[in-house]
Design a protein around this ligand. Structure first.
Ligand SMILES: [Fe+2]
Ligand SMILES: [Fe+2]
Length: 273
C-alpha cells in the first residue's frame, strides 16, 4: 500500500541554488542555531513511535501523527540540513548528525512521556511553542531571502502543530478531568526538559563537528554556544511565546493579563540556558 503524503510546502519550491551565500556564510552564530535545529528536527522519528503508541485507540490522532506531523518535522530537518550543507559545504553534516543521533536516540525513550495523555498533549504544546518561537526568531535574525522563506514556512507548520495538539489537549483535559495545577506542573516539566536535553545535546555535536580539537563542555564551547544563544535571545518573540505557553492553563482573563507582562520578561530564559 502506498500513501501520498501531502506536505504544505516542498523542498523544491525553496530555490536552494539561489541562496545569497555571502549574506550568511560569515555568521557562525547562525550556523550553530541552524545546524543544531537541523539535527533535532531530523531526529523526530526517534520518538514518534513512542508518541503514536501512547495514543493507542485514538485513531484520528495517531493518523495525524504518523501521516502528517512526523513527515512535516522530518521535512524541517531535511530542508535545514540542505541549507546548511549548501552554505557551509566544508563541514560534514552527515557525520555530525550520526554522532548526535547515537546520543539522542538513547535519551528518547517512552519513560520521557507524561503518563496521562492529556498531560502529554499539554507538553507537546510546550515543544511546539519552543519551535514556533525559534523559527520566528531565526526569521527575524536573517536577511537572506531563501532562509527567510524557509524559516517562515517552518514557523507556520509549528504554529499549526501547536493548534492541533492544543485542540486534542482540550478534549483529553475534559475526559481525564485535569486540573490547572497538574497541567501547570506538566508544562514546567517539559520546559525544563527541553532546556537541559535536546538543544544541549545538539549544540555539543555541532561544536565537536566544528572544533574537534576542543572538548564539548569546555570554555570554548561555552563561549561560542553562549554567543549564539545570546543572539537568539535578543530575537525571541516574548509575547507570543508566553501567550502560547499559558494557553493550556485556561487562566481567567484577569489573571492572564496580570502574569503575561512579567513572564514576557523572562521568556528568553524559558528555552535557553
Ligand atoms: Fe519542526
Ligand atoms: Fe512541530
Amino acid at each position: 500500500m502506498s500513501h501520498t503524503i501531502s506536505l504544505p510546502w516542498t523542498l523544491e519550491s525553496l530555490d536552494l541554488d539561489r541562496i545569497d551565500i555571502e549574506r550568511v556564510r560569515h555568521n557562525e552564530d547562525l550556523f550553530f542555531l541552524l545546524c543544531s535545529a537541523s539535527f533535532v528536527e531530523s531526529g523526530s522519528d526517534l520518538y514518534t513511535h513512542n508518541l503514536v503508541d501512547h495514543f493507542a485507540g485514538d485513531e484520528a490522532l495517531q493518523t495525524w501523527l504518523s501521516q502528517h506531523w512526523v513527515h512535516e518535522e522530518l521535512q524541517h530537518g531535511r530542508a535545514l540540513a540542505a541549507y546548511v550543507k549548501t552554505v557551509w559545504p566544508e563541514l560534514d553534516w552527515e557525520r555530525g548528525f550520526q554522532s548526535f543521533w547515537q546520543e539522542y536516540g538513547a535519551v528518547c525513550t517512552s519513560e520521557q512521556l507524561e503518563s496521562s495523555r492529556g498531560l502529554e498533549l499539554a507538553a507537546r504544546c510546550v515543544v511546539e511553542t519552543g519551535t514556533a518561537s525559534l523559527y520566528r526568531a531565526l526569521n527575524d535574525i536573517t536577511d537572506e531571502p531563501i532562509l527567510r522563506k524557509l524559516t517562515n514556512h517552518i514557523k507556520s507548520d509549528e504554529v499549526r502543530h501547536y493548534k492541533y495538539f492544543y485542540q486534542y489537549f482540550r478534549q483529553y483535559r475534559e475526559q481525564e478531568g485535569l486540573g490547572r495545577y497538574k497541567v501547570f506542573r506538566a508544562l514546567l516539566r517539559r520546559v525544563n526538559e527541553i532546556k537541559s536535553e535536546d538543544s544541549d545535546i545538539a549544540l555539543r555535536h555541532v561544536f565537536t563537528l566544528c572544533y574537534p580539537q576542543h572538548p564539548g563542555d569546555g570554555p570554548e564551547f561555552k563561549r561560542i554556544t553562549g554567543r549564539a544563544q545570546a543572539l537568539l535571545r535578543r530575537h525571541i518573540p516574548a509575547e507570543m511565546t508566553v501567550k502560547m505557553l499559558l494557553k493550556p492553563l485556561d487562566l481567567p482573563a484577569r489573571v492572564q493579563n496580570m502574569v503575561e507582562r512579567p513572564l514576557a520578561k523572562v521568556a528568553e530564559k524559558l528555552f535557553l540556558h
